[in-house]
Design a protein around this ligand. Sequence first.
Ligand SMILES: CC(C)(COP(=O)(O)OP(=O)(O)OC[C@H]1O[C@@H](n2cnc3c(N)ncnc32)[C@H](O)[C@@H]1OP(=O)(O)O)[C@@H](O)C(=O)NCCC(=O)NCCS
Length: 204
Amino acid sequence: MSLLRSEPRAVSADGPTHGSAEDTVLETERLLLRMARVDEAAALLDFVVRNEPHLAPWEPARPPGYFTVEHWRDRLVTFRDLWLAGSAYRFHLFEKGAASRVIGSIGLSNVVRGAFQCAHLGFGLDHASVGRGLMLEAVNATVAFAFDRADLHRVEANHQPHNLRSAAVLRRAGFEIQGYARDYLFLDGAWRDHVLTAKTRLSR
Ligand SMILES: CC(C)(COP(=O)(O)OP(=O)(O)OC[C@H]1O[C@@H](n2cnc3c(N)ncnc32)[C@H](O)[C@@H]1OP(=O)(O)O)[C@@H](O)C(=O)NCCC(=O)NCCS
């Protein structure tokens, strides 16, 4: 029996069909989204070094060794294992025609299965690539992956109230505001309030 897109359901009969990170590439008009290979750790390090002041206000404190290629090699191995376990899905953003330069990162983390089938969405774009609507393409592709391949029902994305760019991207991608959480995440040296937004498979 084929299910209508809007028909309520729990989880698919077959569960997630996310395959392996190595075999998954999402294509948008201008981007390729795929997890960087372990041998591309230096390209990831280059991305985080180039964007340290741009991304630091929105991300957790950097652990020791964060700015080393060994850290990114280890992290890519962990990302791959989490993917295989269906616990988190990480994509790196490559602009078509510049396939070895990482210009962003987007991920579904904290996957909870069972009656919730939910994950948190997070993202960051190279400071030199903002203002062109690239992250909207990446968010739309990642959310489609979440619903169609990772068998998720709900994707939550939370942003600081003054992060107007992030708010605009999420609004355009169809995320709805669910509430406001005080002292939600410890970022940039303090507990920060966040606007809570979400999108469900039934609402797309
Ligand atoms: C948030 C981020 C991913 C946005 O990516 P992007 O693809 O460059 O998005 P754009 O700059 O094209 O802007 C998207 C929207 O914000 C609007 N915008 C651009 N500059 C803005 C500004 N200074 N103030 C308010 N809105 C702005 C654009 O008009 C666009 O709105 P629209 O889609 O309704 O037309 C990027 O700015 C980034 O990496 N920021 C740092 C990390 C971060 O904030 N991560 C998210 C944490 S929750």
